[in-house]
Write a protein that binds this ligand. Sequence first.
Ligand SMILES: [Zn+2]
Length: 296
Amino acid sequence: MRVAGLVTSFLMSMMVALPGYAWGPDGHEIVTGKAIGLLPEPLHSLFEQHREDLIRFSNVPDTVWRREFPERGDWHYINMDAFGYHDPGKDFPRQEPAARLLYDQKKRRGGRLPWAVKDYYDELVQRFRERDWPGAIRNAGYLSHFAAESTQPLHVTKNYKGQETGNVIYELDYGDPNVVDRDIHIRFESGLVRRHRDELEKRMQPSRAGRISDPVEGAFRMLSNSLDHVQQLLQADKEVTEALGIDEDYESFVGKREAYCSALHEKLGDLLVERLELGAGFLADLWVSAWEEAKK
Ligand SMILES: [Zn+2]
């Protein structure tokens, strides 16, 4: 079981990162691994024993579902700023039916990320209660995916690749080996993470905030915090491309890729560490809370 998990995980880590859907595979691996390190016993031993499987399942919503369940595409984001709320973190509907109604009324895509967090949290509680350990590991991995998405700023905004702010975007499709160059969304969450993975993991010092009594509310805390960083991220990309004279001509990017990546890392490295730390802490809080709830 563990060997199979290891092989699959290795194969998946070789795949091209999946843009627009998630932290790349590296991001989800990092968050899952760091969250395991924050667990108390006996959960720590159980999850440590299944580390490779947890990591594998944490990427399944991008690698497998993307192909098999394209209708789940809107589980990976929520457009907090698309509906005219003065304070979306406070005012956005917490109940999914109310949010659906809002999306229909405004005729806008909204996303269901916080409710995907809740779905897998509830499922994990149930699997723990039934002492269904393989099911618990599978759902804990799925939960990891959506917990981590909540801390990626570009997963909470309608301007998710800077298309409304004039950030440079190239027409590269998913099959293209250079797709991580495409836009700031994927340049940040996949390109930058992969390039600096070792350093990021060394620098990260995640911590738990505490027990989560309401996973939707917990998710909204992360989401509104993410929203506060959207501007900083888009601005950094813009400053770097402008300073280097990178424009809509893709050749101009290719020739300056190294300089772009270094400069972006300079500006956003700390933010990246902070977002991944927050994701790991949130995930560990969810796992522990589900465990405690199952014991009731
Ligand atoms: Zn995703």
